[in-house]
Ligand binder design. Structure first.
Ligand code: FES
Length: 279
């Protein structure tokens, strides 16, 4: 069993969990993910690793409550146990000294971009980060991002904090400035990553995204997570989750993310009903 050692509200429906998982923490690297089950009969949910502490043997996850299992996870407390915690899964980010890199994190994507930015900076890269959220309440880890970035640009869609802009605006300005940018990471909602890809493509700067497709086994066997990249079928769980943003078939990815809206809605309604009855 995997004990929750710390829990923190980062935003109204976004929570941080620090989980004791020494074997996973020993090997975890930026860019990888875990698959979690709350109970033995529970749904398997993929969650990107936001941080790890090898000495304490812990993994930090930042979870947005978007479905039945993530909402149920939100009811757990410090001291509760997760039934399974499989990982680290997927390929790690390719970290090295690139020169100047841009790290773009949108919404809950700020969490996985953090360890990437940190390790890029440790490897000698100059890290310019852009983080954004829909509004001030949804923004988190500004201080943490500042500590691992040579420059940090913060924006909100509605202007309730910092600059009023989508992250693609400062991204485009940075590229138009002519400043040499060698590499870009962009992580966030699929639609944000799609528009980051469209923004950077004309400038020809290699751009990496971390895809969040539907997953079941997480080991390359079920095919649930398949995406088209460069005209080929790839599995996000074993070939990714990071891919060349300019090669991803974004329309197919977005369509596949919307395959089960009725089932997801029903699962939430049933769980909320049971949760109210139990409470
Ligand atoms: S989740 Fe089953 S193949 Fe990737």
């Amino acid at each position: 069993m995997y004990e929750i050692l710390a829990k923190e509200d980062l935003a109204p429906v976004t929570k941080l969990y620090e989980v004791r998982a020494p074997a996973v923490a020993r090997k975890a690297q930026p860019g990888q993910f875990v698959i979690v089950r709350l109970s033995q009969e529970g749904e398997r949910i993929p969650l990107t690793i936001a941080d790890y502490d090898r000495e304490r043997g812990t993994i930090t996850l930042v979870v947005q409550e978007v479905g039945k299992t993530t909402m149920e996870m939100g009811t757990l407390s410090v001291g509760d146990q997760l039934a399974s915690f499989t990982g680290p899964l997927g390929l790690p980010s390719e970290i090295k000294n690139y020169g100047t890199v841009l790290c773009v994190g949108g919404g809950v994507g700020i969490a996985p971009i953090y360890p990437i930015a940190r390790d890029l900076k440790e490897a000698g890269s100059t890290v310019v980060s852009i983080i954004g959220a829909r509004n001030k309440d949804l923004l988190f880890w500004e201080d943490k991002m500042r500590t691992v970035s040579d420059e940090l640009i913060v924006c909100t869609d509605d202007g309730s904090y910092a600059r009023k802009a989508l992250v693609t605006i400062p991204l485009k300005e940075m590229l138009e400035s002519g400043r040499p940018i060698e590499h870009i990471w962009a992580i966030g909602p699929a639609i944000m990553m799609k528009f980051c890809a469209l923004t950077t493509q004309p400038f020809g700067v290699h751009t990496v995204v971390s895809l969040n497709s539907i997953m079941v086994d997480g080991t390359g066997m079920c095919g649930a997570c398949r995406v088209e990249v460069g005209g080929q079928t790839r599995f996000v769980c074993v070939d990714g989750p990071e891919f060349d943003a300019h090669q991803v078939d974004w329309d197919q990815l977005l369509a596949r993310q919307r395959i089960y809206p009725e089932q997801e809605k029903l699962a939430v309604e049933i769980w909320q009903h049971q949760h109210r009855c139990d409470g």
